[in-house]
Design a binder for this molecule. Structure first.
Ligand SMILES: [Cu+2]
Length: 480
């Protein structure tokens, strides 16, 4: 069962001596600490990885209270936060993991106990505009709103977070984010031996970076322009903790990785890897399983993207999950009470269509500019920028003007055809809803919508670097 202990220091210093602390780090590439930033906090004791409680939301209504909370992230200091809470679980940070199932309905009732307006968006879910929780779907202080989610898409890892226009970065950095796991009985039937024991061999990994003031507060300046790089925190946290440790069984372990950072890319020299350079396998992209596992030793992930990976760990083996040369999580296979011998890495995963070149489709082009515009326009809540016909496949070209961005589209999953005419890595050949845009190189995607979004509740396309989004790098579209 799930741990309800939140952010409790329960690894003693004595235990830490068993863990390879600070060793084994690679020294390739530069560190990503900006020139103006302080040295990251280093914990004196290591927290056991916090696993957000798993809540079954299938065919029921689940209340989620959005509240001011408090977490113990730093040694001997409290940090004021926001969190999503259930009737039984009060969290210091983040929100519970919400279990959903294909062909079932999850109703999420968000109750806003903050003194500011919020919204609740389910990133990656194919739901109609009026249940999508975009900036138009305001939840004022003291009010609530229910999103009715009829799940009609493959098994996959998604997430929920606020989306109030101009305020998303601030609310996410304070702690509002949680995972959504969609399961599909057909997929379980076909792949019975994929690791699926939540918190044991199937681990939620939410990666976010934060800077703390001396008093432990999360530093975020709403008046400041963070410029083209966006907010870059000094510390890279996993599930709201600095360098936690997780005990796993030996064998195959699955990670559901979300880059929930406001603007930090774990890419190029900062990509995700393991400290021993062990190969691992990417099994799923944003929208579900890939056709086959993709072996790699290093994986880039941009803000808003998700990947599921599997790694094999031997009894009592220990190594670290790295972001570039920084340890973000330590693993040790000393959990002997769970028999993980049934878990395997399948050779074939899912039936993902190939992104074949389309002809005679409606084509749209999106240019993301450092002036915080898309196609020369800033987000205007009163303007519908594009109108799409339901159930038709369109070709979208997305490019920047030099800087990096991630482009996210609501209400759909898309397939990447190419990046600047060139093939993309195999882990990008699955269903996606967020894609890294590198400089001027256009990414060509095939996109299709099968839910309605009308003028009162349009979908968004936007940069998922939250400071870019908040400054206007977003547009609205309807699907009719
Ligand atoms: Cu951007």
């Amino acid at each position: 069962m799930i741990s309800r202990r939140n952010f409790v220091k329960n690894i003693s210093l004595g235990t830490v001596s068993l863990i390879v602390l600070g060793c084994g780090g690679k020294s390739k590439g530069k560190t990503s600490i900006g020139a103006n930033q302080a040295i990251p906090n280093t914990p004196t004791t290591r927290d056991k990885l916090f696993v957000p409680p798993l809540i079954d939301t299938r065919n029921t209504t689940t209340d989620l209270w959005v509240r001011v909370s408090e977490a113990s992230i730093l040694d001997a200091k409290k940090t004021s936060t926001y969190s999503y809470n259930t009737a039984t679980d009060t969290l210091g940070l983040l929100g519970p993991t919400l279990l959903m199932e294909r062909n079932m309905t999850s109703s999420l009732n968000f109750i806003n106990e903050l003194d500011v307006e919020t919204t609740a968006h389910q990133h990656g879910l194919h739901v109609s505009g009026n249940n999508d929780g975009g900036p138009q779907s305001k939840i004022l202080p003291g009010e609530s709103r229910t999103n009715i989610l009829e799940i009609d898409q493959p098994a996959g890892t998604h997430w929920y977070h606020p989306h109030p226009h101009g305020k998303t970065g601030e609310q996410v950095i304070k702690g509002l984010a949680g995972l959504i796991v969609i399961q599909d009985p057909e997929e379980i039937n076909l792949l019975p031996n994929l690791p699926r024991h939540y918190g044991i061999n199937d681990l939620p990994i939410i990666i976010q970076d934060k800077t703390f003031s001396d008093d432990g507060a999360i530093q975020y300046n709403t008046q400041k322009s963070y410029g083209k790089r966006g907010y870059l925190g000094d510390n890279i946290l996993v599930n709201g903790q600095i360098q936690p440790i997780v005990s796993t069984p030996s064998g195959w372990i699955r990670f559901r990785i979300l880059n929930g950072s406001n603007a930090r890319f774990y890419e190029r020299g900062d990509s995700l890897s393991f400290s021993n350079q062990q190969p691992f396998y990417v099994i799923a992209s944003d929208g579900g399983l890939l056709s086959n596992p993709v072996s790699t030793t290093s994986l880039p992930i941009g803000p808003g993207e998700r990947y599921e990976i599997m790694v094999n760990i031997n009894q009592n083996q220990q190594f670290d999950l790295m972001a570039g040369d920084r340890i973000i999580l330590s693993l040790i296979a000393d959990l002997s009470t769970y028999d993980n011998s049934q878990s395997i890495l399948p050779t074939v995963l899912a039936n993902v269509p190939q992104a074949l070149n389309q002809k005679n489709n409606v084509t749209r082009t999106f240019e993301l500019s450092e002036k915080m515009t898309i196609n020369g326009k800033k987000m205007d809540m009163a303007v519908i920028d594009e109108a799409v016909t339901i159930d038709t496949t369109e070709v979208w070209y997305i490019h920047g003007k030099g800087a990096r961005h991630t482009f996210h589209v609501h209400g759909c999953s898309f397939l990447i055809v190419d990046r600047n005419g060139a093939n993309v890595p195999d882990w990008e050949k699955g269903w996606k809803d967020t894609v890294i845009i590198s400089g001027k190189r256009p990414v060509k995607v095939l996109v299709k919508f099968n839910k309605i979004a009308d003028r009162n509740s349009p979908y968004m396309y936007h940069c998922h670097m939250l400071e870019h989004e908040d400054m206007g790098m977003m547009g609205q579209f309807i699907v009719t």
